[in-house]
Design a binder for this molecule. Structure first.
Ligand SMILES: Nc1ncnc2c1ncn2[C@@H]1O[C@H](COP(=O)(O)OP(=O)(O)OP(=O)(O)O)[C@@H](O)[C@H]1O
Ligand SMILES: [Mg+2]
Length: 405
Protein backbone atom coordinates (compact mmCIF):
# COMPACT_ATOMS: atom_id res chain seq x y z
CA UNK A 1 0.00 0.00 0.00
CA UNK A 2 1.33 3.44 -0.90
CA UNK A 3 2.15 5.78 1.97
CA UNK A 4 -0.45 8.47 2.51
CA UNK A 5 0.67 11.65 0.83
CA UNK A 6 1.04 14.55 3.22
CA UNK A 7 0.86 17.91 1.60
CA UNK A 8 3.93 19.91 2.72
CA UNK A 9 1.93 23.07 3.11
CA UNK A 10 -0.68 21.34 5.22
CA UNK A 11 2.03 19.83 7.35
CA UNK A 12 3.49 23.20 8.20
CA UNK A 13 0.08 24.71 8.83
CA UNK A 14 -0.92 21.79 11.07
CA UNK A 15 2.31 22.07 13.00
CA UNK A 16 1.74 25.76 13.47
CA UNK A 17 -1.83 25.22 14.60
CA UNK A 18 -0.96 22.57 17.14
CA UNK A 19 2.52 23.81 17.98
CA UNK A 20 3.13 26.07 20.91
CA UNK A 21 3.31 29.73 20.10
CA UNK A 22 5.61 31.89 22.16
CA UNK A 23 4.02 35.17 21.16
CA UNK A 24 0.89 36.47 22.77
CA UNK A 25 0.77 39.64 20.68
CA UNK A 26 3.45 40.15 18.06
CA UNK A 27 2.12 43.60 17.09
CA UNK A 28 3.38 45.23 20.25
CA UNK A 29 6.94 44.55 19.09
CA UNK A 30 6.46 46.55 15.91
CA UNK A 31 8.29 49.89 15.92
CA UNK A 32 5.10 51.87 15.33
CA UNK A 33 3.40 50.50 18.43
CA UNK A 34 2.88 53.10 21.16
CA UNK A 35 3.11 51.41 24.56
CA UNK A 36 0.85 52.43 27.43
CA UNK A 37 3.75 53.19 29.74
CA UNK A 38 6.92 54.93 28.69
CA UNK A 39 9.57 54.15 31.26
CA UNK A 40 12.49 56.40 32.20
CA UNK A 41 11.25 59.26 30.10
CA UNK A 42 9.14 61.26 32.55
CA UNK A 43 11.30 64.37 32.30
CA UNK A 44 11.29 64.27 28.51
CA UNK A 45 7.51 63.75 28.38
CA UNK A 46 7.06 66.70 30.69
CA UNK A 47 9.37 68.94 28.72
CA UNK A 48 7.78 68.17 25.35
CA UNK A 49 4.30 68.70 26.80
CA UNK A 50 5.32 71.91 28.50
CA UNK A 51 6.75 73.31 25.35
CA UNK A 52 3.49 72.67 23.46
CA UNK A 53 1.27 73.78 26.33
CA UNK A 54 0.71 77.33 25.04
CA UNK A 55 -1.50 75.77 22.35
CA UNK A 56 -4.18 75.09 24.91
CA UNK A 57 -4.05 78.73 25.93
CA UNK A 58 -4.43 79.93 22.38
CA UNK A 59 -0.89 81.18 22.15
CA UNK A 60 1.98 80.06 20.03
CA UNK A 61 4.50 77.52 21.30
CA UNK A 62 8.15 78.06 20.46
CA UNK A 63 9.73 76.00 17.74
CA UNK A 64 11.35 72.94 19.22
CA UNK A 65 14.27 70.73 18.34
CA UNK A 66 14.37 67.26 19.88
CA UNK A 67 17.50 65.25 19.50
CA UNK A 68 19.32 62.21 20.81
CA UNK A 69 20.79 58.94 19.59
CA UNK A 70 18.71 56.34 17.68
CA UNK A 71 16.23 54.31 19.71
CA UNK A 72 16.13 56.67 22.67
CA UNK A 73 12.37 57.19 22.50
CA UNK A 74 12.13 60.53 20.68
CA UNK A 75 9.45 59.56 18.15
CA UNK A 76 7.57 57.63 20.80
CA UNK A 77 7.45 60.49 23.30
CA UNK A 78 6.55 63.16 20.76
CA UNK A 79 3.79 61.01 19.23
CA UNK A 80 2.33 60.26 22.62
CA UNK A 81 2.25 63.93 23.55
CA UNK A 82 0.57 64.74 20.22
CA UNK A 83 -2.03 62.02 20.79
CA UNK A 84 -2.80 63.30 24.26
CA UNK A 85 -3.16 66.88 23.08
CA UNK A 86 -5.28 65.74 20.16
CA UNK A 87 -7.69 64.06 22.59
CA UNK A 88 -8.09 67.34 24.45
CA UNK A 89 -8.42 69.33 21.28
CA UNK A 90 -11.81 67.77 20.65
CA UNK A 91 -13.05 69.61 23.68
CA UNK A 92 -11.60 72.94 22.60
CA UNK A 93 -13.64 75.57 20.89
CA UNK A 94 -10.73 76.76 18.76
CA UNK A 95 -8.98 74.71 16.06
CA UNK A 96 -5.65 73.05 16.70
CA UNK A 97 -3.99 70.98 14.01
CA UNK A 98 -1.13 68.66 14.85
CA UNK A 99 0.60 67.12 11.88
CA UNK A 100 3.34 64.50 11.98
CA UNK A 101 5.54 63.67 8.99
CA UNK A 102 8.76 61.73 8.59
CA UNK A 103 11.21 63.26 6.12
CA UNK A 104 12.73 59.87 5.40
CA UNK A 105 9.45 58.90 3.80
CA UNK A 106 9.19 62.03 1.68
CA UNK A 107 11.95 62.63 -0.78
CA UNK A 108 11.34 66.31 -1.35
CA UNK A 109 10.49 69.37 0.66
CA UNK A 110 7.59 69.83 -1.75
CA UNK A 111 6.19 66.40 -0.84
CA UNK A 112 6.53 67.12 2.83
CA UNK A 113 4.71 70.45 2.54
CA UNK A 114 1.92 68.86 0.49
CA UNK A 115 1.44 66.26 3.22
CA UNK A 116 1.16 69.09 5.72
CA UNK A 117 -1.23 71.05 3.50
CA UNK A 118 -3.51 68.05 2.92
CA UNK A 119 -3.96 67.59 6.63
CA UNK A 120 -4.80 71.24 7.03
CA UNK A 121 -7.68 70.74 4.62
CA UNK A 122 -6.13 71.47 1.21
CA UNK A 123 -7.47 68.19 -0.05
CA UNK A 124 -7.91 68.63 -3.79
CA UNK A 125 -5.32 68.82 -6.56
CA UNK A 126 -6.77 72.19 -7.48
CA UNK A 127 -6.21 73.60 -4.03
CA UNK A 128 -2.76 72.05 -3.79
CA UNK A 129 -1.32 70.12 -6.75
CA UNK A 130 1.13 67.28 -5.95
CA UNK A 131 3.65 68.77 -8.36
CA UNK A 132 4.20 71.82 -10.46
CA UNK A 133 4.00 74.77 -8.12
CA UNK A 134 7.02 76.55 -6.76
CA UNK A 135 7.81 75.63 -3.20
CA UNK A 136 7.16 79.14 -2.01
CA UNK A 137 3.72 79.04 -3.64
CA UNK A 138 2.92 75.79 -1.80
CA UNK A 139 3.97 77.46 1.39
CA UNK A 140 1.88 80.56 0.63
CA UNK A 141 -1.22 78.41 0.21
CA UNK A 142 -0.57 76.73 3.53
CA UNK A 143 -0.16 80.09 5.22
CA UNK A 144 -3.43 81.35 3.67
CA UNK A 145 -5.29 78.30 4.97
CA UNK A 146 -3.90 78.79 8.45
CA UNK A 147 -5.02 82.42 8.40
CA UNK A 148 -8.40 81.82 6.82
CA UNK A 149 -9.34 79.25 9.46
CA UNK A 150 -7.33 80.74 12.32
CA UNK A 151 -5.62 77.40 12.83
CA UNK A 152 -3.07 76.82 15.54
CA UNK A 153 -0.79 74.35 13.86
CA UNK A 154 2.15 72.24 14.91
CA UNK A 155 4.19 70.61 12.20
CA UNK A 156 6.39 67.79 13.49
CA UNK A 157 9.15 66.84 11.10
CA UNK A 158 10.75 63.59 12.23
CA UNK A 159 14.25 62.65 11.05
CA UNK A 160 14.57 66.27 10.00
CA UNK A 161 18.25 65.70 9.12
CA UNK A 162 17.09 64.05 5.88
CA UNK A 163 15.19 67.19 5.07
CA UNK A 164 18.11 69.43 5.92
CA UNK A 165 20.11 67.69 3.18
CA UNK A 166 17.47 68.41 0.56
CA UNK A 167 16.87 71.88 1.80
CA UNK A 168 20.51 72.84 1.55
CA UNK A 169 20.20 72.40 -2.21
CA UNK A 170 16.73 73.60 -3.10
CA UNK A 171 14.69 75.21 -0.45
CA UNK A 172 16.91 77.03 1.97
CA UNK A 173 14.76 80.11 2.11
CA UNK A 174 11.50 78.26 2.39
CA UNK A 175 12.81 76.27 5.31
CA UNK A 176 13.77 79.51 6.92
CA UNK A 177 10.33 80.95 6.17
CA UNK A 178 8.66 78.00 7.87
CA UNK A 179 10.59 78.55 11.05
CA UNK A 180 9.66 82.23 10.96
CA UNK A 181 6.10 81.84 9.70
CA UNK A 182 4.58 83.49 12.69
CA UNK A 183 6.00 86.84 11.80
CA UNK A 184 3.85 86.69 8.68
CA UNK A 185 0.70 85.23 10.19
CA UNK A 186 -1.98 87.71 11.15
CA UNK A 187 -4.19 84.96 12.53
CA UNK A 188 -3.44 81.42 13.70
CA UNK A 189 0.06 80.08 14.31
CA UNK A 190 2.65 77.64 13.04
CA UNK A 191 5.12 75.85 15.29
CA UNK A 192 7.80 73.59 13.92
CA UNK A 193 9.02 70.61 15.91
CA UNK A 194 12.10 68.92 14.47
CA UNK A 195 13.38 65.52 15.59
CA UNK A 196 16.86 64.28 14.77
CA UNK A 197 19.26 61.52 15.77
CA UNK A 198 22.11 63.02 13.85
CA UNK A 199 23.93 65.32 16.19
CA UNK A 200 26.10 66.79 13.46
CA UNK A 201 23.01 67.96 11.60
CA UNK A 202 22.94 71.18 13.57
CA UNK A 203 26.35 72.11 12.25
CA UNK A 204 25.20 71.57 8.69
CA UNK A 205 22.13 73.73 9.09
CA UNK A 206 22.05 77.34 7.98
CA UNK A 207 22.70 79.31 11.19
CA UNK A 208 19.63 81.47 10.64
CA UNK A 209 17.44 78.38 10.33
CA UNK A 210 19.10 76.75 13.32
CA UNK A 211 18.54 79.70 15.58
CA UNK A 212 14.83 79.88 14.81
CA UNK A 213 14.27 76.14 14.76
CA UNK A 214 15.91 75.61 18.11
CA UNK A 215 14.10 78.27 20.09
CA UNK A 216 13.82 75.35 22.48
CA UNK A 217 15.84 72.17 22.62
CA UNK A 218 15.28 68.86 24.36
CA UNK A 219 18.03 66.28 24.45
CA UNK A 220 17.22 62.59 24.94
CA UNK A 221 20.03 60.84 26.77
CA UNK A 222 21.04 57.23 26.17
CA UNK A 223 19.34 54.49 28.13
CA UNK A 224 21.50 52.48 30.51
CA UNK A 225 21.60 48.69 30.24
CA UNK A 226 19.42 48.50 33.37
CA UNK A 227 16.82 50.84 31.87
CA UNK A 228 16.74 48.87 28.62
CA UNK A 229 16.13 45.76 30.65
CA UNK A 230 13.14 47.30 32.40
CA UNK A 231 11.73 48.54 29.10
CA UNK A 232 12.08 45.02 27.71
CA UNK A 233 10.50 43.39 30.72
CA UNK A 234 7.54 45.73 30.46
CA UNK A 235 7.06 44.97 26.76
CA UNK A 236 7.48 41.24 27.26
CA UNK A 237 4.40 41.15 29.48
CA UNK A 238 2.14 41.99 26.56
CA UNK A 239 4.17 40.47 23.73
CA UNK A 240 4.93 36.97 24.96
CA UNK A 241 3.13 34.16 26.73
CA UNK A 242 4.26 34.09 30.40
CA UNK A 243 7.40 32.13 31.22
CA UNK A 244 8.59 31.74 27.65
CA UNK A 245 11.78 33.78 28.06
CA UNK A 246 14.75 32.92 30.22
CA UNK A 247 16.03 35.74 32.41
CA UNK A 248 19.53 35.17 31.03
CA UNK A 249 18.22 35.87 27.53
CA UNK A 250 16.69 39.16 28.65
CA UNK A 251 19.96 40.13 30.30
CA UNK A 252 21.98 39.32 27.21
CA UNK A 253 19.56 41.19 24.99
CA UNK A 254 19.77 44.31 27.17
CA UNK A 255 23.54 44.09 27.32
CA UNK A 256 23.85 43.77 23.54
CA UNK A 257 21.50 46.70 22.88
CA UNK A 258 23.21 48.78 25.53
CA UNK A 259 26.69 48.15 24.22
CA UNK A 260 27.13 51.11 21.89
CA UNK A 261 24.48 53.39 23.30
CA UNK A 262 21.24 52.38 24.94
CA UNK A 263 19.11 51.64 21.89
CA UNK A 264 15.64 50.41 22.86
CA UNK A 265 14.71 49.73 19.25
CA UNK A 266 17.59 47.33 18.81
CA UNK A 267 16.66 45.56 22.05
CA UNK A 268 13.05 45.08 21.00
CA UNK A 269 14.02 43.98 17.49
CA UNK A 270 16.49 41.45 18.88
CA UNK A 271 13.83 40.01 21.09
CA UNK A 272 11.28 39.77 18.29
CA UNK A 273 13.70 38.02 15.95
CA UNK A 274 14.87 35.70 18.75
CA UNK A 275 11.25 34.79 19.41
CA UNK A 276 10.69 34.01 15.75
CA UNK A 277 13.79 31.83 15.61
CA UNK A 278 12.82 29.96 18.78
CA UNK A 279 9.31 29.44 17.47
CA UNK A 280 10.60 28.09 14.18
CA UNK A 281 12.74 25.65 16.15
CA UNK A 282 9.64 24.70 18.12
CA UNK A 283 11.48 25.56 21.32
CA UNK A 284 9.50 26.09 24.53
CA UNK A 285 11.77 28.77 25.78
CA UNK A 286 13.68 31.73 24.35
CA UNK A 287 17.25 31.33 25.52
CA UNK A 288 20.55 33.14 25.17
CA UNK A 289 21.43 31.18 22.04
CA UNK A 290 18.30 32.56 20.33
CA UNK A 291 19.38 36.11 21.12
CA UNK A 292 22.81 35.37 19.66
CA UNK A 293 21.30 33.85 16.54
CA UNK A 294 18.99 36.83 16.22
CA UNK A 295 21.90 39.22 16.43
CA UNK A 296 23.76 37.33 13.70
CA UNK A 297 20.69 37.23 11.51
CA UNK A 298 20.07 40.95 11.88
CA UNK A 299 23.69 41.67 11.02
CA UNK A 300 23.42 39.45 7.96
CA UNK A 301 20.14 41.05 6.86
CA UNK A 302 21.76 44.45 7.07
CA UNK A 303 24.64 43.26 4.91
CA UNK A 304 22.29 41.64 2.42
CA UNK A 305 20.36 44.88 2.04
CA UNK A 306 23.57 46.82 1.54
CA UNK A 307 24.83 44.33 -1.06
CA UNK A 308 21.57 44.30 -2.99
CA UNK A 309 21.43 48.04 -3.25
CA UNK A 310 24.59 48.16 -5.40
CA UNK A 311 24.35 48.63 -9.19
CA UNK A 312 25.49 45.80 -11.48
CA UNK A 313 29.15 46.72 -11.95
CA UNK A 314 29.67 47.25 -8.25
CA UNK A 315 28.21 43.80 -7.70
CA UNK A 316 30.50 42.33 -10.34
CA UNK A 317 33.43 43.98 -8.66
CA UNK A 318 32.49 42.56 -5.27
CA UNK A 319 32.32 39.13 -6.87
CA UNK A 320 35.72 39.74 -8.47
CA UNK A 321 37.17 40.51 -5.04
CA UNK A 322 35.54 37.36 -3.74
CA UNK A 323 37.11 35.27 -6.48
CA UNK A 324 40.52 36.92 -6.40
CA UNK A 325 40.52 37.36 -2.63
CA UNK A 326 43.57 39.04 -1.12
CA UNK A 327 45.02 40.29 -4.38
CA UNK A 328 46.04 43.59 -5.94
CA UNK A 329 43.87 46.01 -7.90
CA UNK A 330 45.41 44.71 -11.14
CA UNK A 331 44.47 41.12 -10.44
CA UNK A 332 41.03 42.08 -9.24
CA UNK A 333 40.51 44.06 -12.42
CA UNK A 334 41.45 40.99 -14.45
CA UNK A 335 38.99 38.88 -12.50
CA UNK A 336 36.32 41.57 -12.97
CA UNK A 337 36.92 41.61 -16.74
CA UNK A 338 36.45 37.86 -16.91
CA UNK A 339 33.18 38.13 -15.05
CA UNK A 340 32.00 40.84 -17.42
CA UNK A 341 32.75 38.56 -20.35
CA UNK A 342 30.74 35.72 -18.85
CA UNK A 343 27.69 37.88 -18.37
CA UNK A 344 28.23 39.79 -21.63
CA UNK A 345 28.63 43.20 -20.08
CA UNK A 346 30.93 45.89 -21.36
CA UNK A 347 33.63 46.40 -18.76
CA UNK A 348 34.38 49.75 -17.12
CA UNK A 349 37.92 51.18 -17.29
CA UNK A 350 40.53 50.18 -14.73
CA UNK A 351 40.59 53.75 -13.53
CA UNK A 352 36.88 53.74 -12.82
CA UNK A 353 37.11 50.33 -11.16
CA UNK A 354 39.93 51.51 -8.91
CA UNK A 355 37.69 54.39 -7.90
CA UNK A 356 34.71 52.15 -7.17
CA UNK A 357 36.97 49.81 -5.23
CA UNK A 358 37.90 52.55 -2.81
CA UNK A 359 34.25 53.62 -2.52
CA UNK A 360 33.28 50.10 -1.50
CA UNK A 361 36.24 49.96 0.83
CA UNK A 362 34.84 52.98 2.66
CA UNK A 363 31.63 51.11 3.45
CA UNK A 364 33.65 48.33 5.06
CA UNK A 365 32.43 45.48 2.86
CA UNK A 366 35.96 44.97 1.61
CA UNK A 367 39.19 46.01 3.22
CA UNK A 368 42.42 47.12 1.65
CA UNK A 369 45.81 46.53 3.16
CA UNK A 370 49.09 48.13 2.08
CA UNK A 371 51.76 45.47 1.59
CA UNK A 372 55.42 46.45 1.55
CA UNK A 373 57.39 44.44 -0.96
CA UNK A 374 60.92 45.48 -0.16
CA UNK A 375 62.63 46.94 -3.21
CA UNK A 376 59.49 46.53 -5.31
CA UNK A 377 57.79 49.27 -3.33
CA UNK A 378 54.34 48.75 -1.93
CA UNK A 379 51.00 47.65 -3.18
CA UNK A 380 47.47 47.45 -1.86
CA UNK A 381 45.68 44.14 -1.55
CA UNK A 382 41.96 43.78 -1.12
CA UNK A 383 39.93 41.17 0.63
CA UNK A 384 36.34 40.59 1.68
CA UNK A 385 35.21 41.33 5.20
CA UNK A 386 32.06 39.26 4.62
CA UNK A 387 31.55 35.57 4.38
CA UNK A 388 31.33 34.52 0.69
CA UNK A 389 28.10 32.70 1.50
CA UNK A 390 26.48 35.99 2.52
CA UNK A 391 27.38 37.46 -0.84
CA UNK A 392 26.16 34.44 -2.77
CA UNK A 393 22.89 34.46 -0.88
CA UNK A 394 22.38 38.17 -1.48
CA UNK A 395 23.18 38.07 -5.20
CA UNK A 396 21.12 34.98 -5.90
CA UNK A 397 18.12 37.17 -6.71
CA UNK A 398 20.00 38.97 -9.46
CA UNK A 399 19.43 36.92 -12.61
CA UNK A 400 22.38 38.46 -14.45
CA UNK A 401 24.73 37.10 -11.81
CA UNK A 402 23.21 33.64 -11.65
CA UNK A 403 25.98 31.95 -13.67
CA UNK A 404 28.74 33.47 -11.58
CA UNK A 405 27.75 32.12 -8.20
N1 LIG B 1 11.02 54.46 27.42
C1 LIG B 1 10.51 53.56 26.59
N2 LIG B 1 9.57 52.71 27.03
C2 LIG B 1 9.05 51.78 26.20
N3 LIG B 1 9.43 51.63 24.93
C3 LIG B 1 10.38 52.44 24.44
C4 LIG B 1 10.95 53.45 25.24
N4 LIG B 1 11.85 54.12 24.51
C5 LIG B 1 11.84 53.57 23.29
N5 LIG B 1 10.95 52.56 23.24
C6 LIG B 1 10.67 51.73 22.07
O1 LIG B 1 11.88 51.61 21.34
C7 LIG B 1 11.68 51.79 19.95
C8 LIG B 1 12.45 52.98 19.46
O2 LIG B 1 11.93 54.17 20.01
P1 LIG B 1 11.74 55.49 19.10
O3 LIG B 1 11.22 55.08 17.77
O4 LIG B 1 10.95 56.47 19.86
O5 LIG B 1 13.26 55.94 18.99
P2 LIG B 1 13.84 57.28 18.35
O6 LIG B 1 14.54 58.00 19.43
O7 LIG B 1 12.77 57.99 17.60
O8 LIG B 1 14.92 56.66 17.36
P3 LIG B 1 15.38 57.19 15.91
O9 LIG B 1 16.20 58.39 16.14
O10 LIG B 1 16.18 56.07 15.35
O11 LIG B 1 14.14 57.47 15.12
C9 LIG B 1 10.19 51.88 19.76
O12 LIG B 1 9.68 50.60 19.49
C10 LIG B 1 9.69 52.37 21.11
O13 LIG B 1 8.37 51.92 21.34
MG1 LIG C 1 12.42 58.23 15.55
Amino acid sequence: MALAYIDPIDKLLNDAASGKSLFKNREVLHFTFIPETILHRDEEQKKVTQSLLPLLKKSRPSNLLVYGKPGTGKTLVVKKVLNKIQERVKEQSFPIELVYANSKEETTLYGLLVKFGRQLGLKSQKELPSTGLSISEVFNRIISTIEKNTLNTVFVVDEIDYLAELVSKTGKDVFYSITRANERLKKGSLTLVGISNDLTFKERLDPRVLSSLSEEEIVFTNYTVGQIKEILEERIKTAFIPKTIEQAAINLCSAMAGQEHGDARRAIDLLRVAGEIAEREQADLIQEEHIRKASLKMEEDKETTALNSYPLHEKLLILAVMKANGTTTGEIYQSYKNLCKTVRQKELTQRRITQILSEIEMTGLISGKIIHQGMHGRTKKFSLTLHPETIKKAFKEDLTLEDLL
